[in-house]
Design a protein around this ligand. Structure first.
Ligand code: DQA
Length: 145
């Protein structure tokens, strides 16, 4: 559907709020979903939100988006740096997607500098904290308009 977007949050993001607050801040996953839903509402978009710690479930959710979503916002967490399967799923469904990272991955360990998603993403937002999700909705709204 043209007015629906999928929000994917990957492994360990369910622990936001208590997980390494000096890196990720004190906002929770619920806060992120609420911010995304509210930003999307202004853009007249609906959000289907999922979080999973399991690679295959994320692949399945991306496949399902093909049925009823116009685009995807994804923070794949650590799978960003390892997952050919998530990359292939995003390529397979061929929906525009925006890659978000709360922290500035480029200012962190070297293994976080590599993303399996960035070169096929519509747009990449890093280091803006949870505001990155807001930017992502605004950008995706323009892309799918
Ligand atoms: C993250 C960055 C990743 O390197 C890390 O594995 C995460 C979160 C971020 O939002 O900053 O789980 O995607």
């Amino acid at each position: 559907m043209a007015n629906r977007i999928l929000l994917v949050n990957g492994p360990n993001l369910n622990l936001l709020g208590t997980r390494e607050p000096e890196v990720y801040g004190s906002d929770t996953l619920d806060d992120i979903v609420a911010l995304t839903v509210e930003t999307a509402r202004v853009e007249e978009l609906q959000v289907v939100a999922m979080q999973s710690n399991h690679e295959g479930e994320i692949v399945d959710a991306i496949h399902s988006a093909r049925e009823d979503c116009a685009g995807i916002i994804i923070n794949a967490g650590a799978y960003t740096h390892t997952s050919v399967a998530i990359r292939d799923a995003l390529k397979a469904v061929a929906l525009p997607f925006i890659e978000v990272h709360i922290s500035n991955v480029h200012a962190r360990e070297e293994f976080r500098h590599r993303s399996y998603l960035s070169d096929i993403a519509e747009c990449v937002i890093v280091g803006a904290g949870i505001q990155g999700y807001e930017f992502a909705v605004e950008r995706l709204a323009r892309v799918i308009a």
